[in-house]
Write a protein that binds this ligand. Structure first.
Ligand SMILES: C[S@@+](CC[C@H](N)C(=O)[O-])C[C@H]1O[C@@H](n2cnc3c(N)ncnc32)[C@H](O)[C@@H]1O
Length: 319
């Protein structure tokens, strides 16, 4: 896709109705030959809207006014470009645990969780967060993750987790203020509730930091999986990761993960991890597919706000 198309699609598919500020900026960038020419000096993987907008926010630049944004990027391009080259979009959204919970809770307990593409590891604490699925509340405290669940009953309890580990090319540290500042800059401007959620989830993780290993989801997965304790169900999972992984490596990963013991949960864009016989998504806009052991079971929205079950019986996760 050309850079102008990337920004146009981002405006239409991802930000429309979700982030008016980023929708405006994306449309401005998509139609601005000078900005596009600057972006095209970067490697293709570094031209993404979320990376550009996150860097501008991290450096204190404006994102509310497109003219001021444009002037900032043009005037600070060497710094913006240098930051875009060394950083990656690593949005870590604890809210996605609400989409994972019904499947996790239905697996044989206790669990040994291994997340690939874990970022700072905030999705490794599904047993510590509180949830609200309609009238059903599970757990106490903060963060409270709200999820609109249809097509299945919510779980009755949280899973029991006896081991948690994450693998990431660039693990972030929730106890490092610079890493938390980058995670905050990656949250879209209007999403104050997500910034609150990030801080609450980071406090949970910082109180008992997970084992986070710097490594690749293919090359380093077997060695980390081998560290899982016997007697627990190994669950390898990932959420919004494979779009960052080249196709041959995605194929290598999906072949590898099927050889591991335990279970595999994917929460990914169906255009990067396709499934046969998917029903239509419940609404327009961006959706991931939740799949257990390669079998699609539900549509989810990007930050775990909704989970639309289409397979598996009354109890979510039933097989
Ligand atoms: C968009 S973030 C998602 C983080 C987390 N899964 C969540 O749902 O909040 C994607 C993460 O995948 C990591 N990643 C990308 N390619 C990877 C690879 N080949 N091996 C391990 N991690 C990778 C990135 O560094 C980044 O932290």
């Amino acid at each position: 896709m050309s850079t102008t198309d990337i920004y146009r699609v981002f405006a239409e598919r991802e930000t429309r109705g979700v982030s008016p500020a980023y929708e405006r900026l994306s449309r401005v960038v998509a139609g601005d030959p000078e900005l596009l020419a600057l972006l095209d000096t970067l490697p293709p993987a570094k031209r993404q809207p979320n990376l550009l907008f996150g860097v501008v926010r991290l450096r204190g630049g404006p994102v509310d006014d497109p003219a001021a944004f444009r002037a900032y990027v043009m005037g600070h391009w060497p710094d913006v470009a240098a930051q875009m080259r060394v950083r990656a979009t690593q949005t870590n959204e604890a809210g996605r645990c609400a989409a994972l919970l019904p499947v996790l809770a239905a697996l044989p307990q206790p669990l040994a969780l291994l997340e690939v593409g874990a970022s700072a590891g905030l999705c490794l604490y599904p047993d510590r967060y509180a949830y609200r699925y309609g009238d059903r509340r599970i757990g106490d405290g903060e963060p409270l993750l709200d999820c609109d669940l249809t097509g299945a009953e919510p779980p009755e309890r949280r899973p029991e987790v006896v081991w948690r580990a994450g693998l990431d090319l660039n693990p972030l540290d929730v106890t490092d203020p610079a890493d938390v500042a980058w995670l905050e800059a990656l949250i879209w401007p209007e999403h104050r509730h997500r910034r609150d959620r990030l801080r609450a989830a980071a406090a949970v993780a910082a109180a008992d930091p997970p084992l986070l290993v710097r490594g690749d989801l293919v090359d380093d997965l077997p060695a980390l999986a081998a560290q899982a304790p016997p007697g627990a169900t190994l669950v390898v999972f990932h959420s919004s990761v494979l779009y960052q992984v080249p196709q041959p490596r995605r194929d290598a990963f999906t072949a590898l993960v099927r050889t591991l013991p335990g279970h595999w949960i994917a929460n990914e864009d169906p255009s990067v991890l396709p499934h046969a016989d998917l029903p239509d998504p419940p609404t327009d806009g961006f959706h991931n597919v939740l799949a257990l052991d390669g079998r699609p079971v539900a549509w989810t929205t990007g930050h775990g706000q909704s989970l639309t079950w289409f397979r598996g019986g009354r109890r979510a996760g039933g097989r």
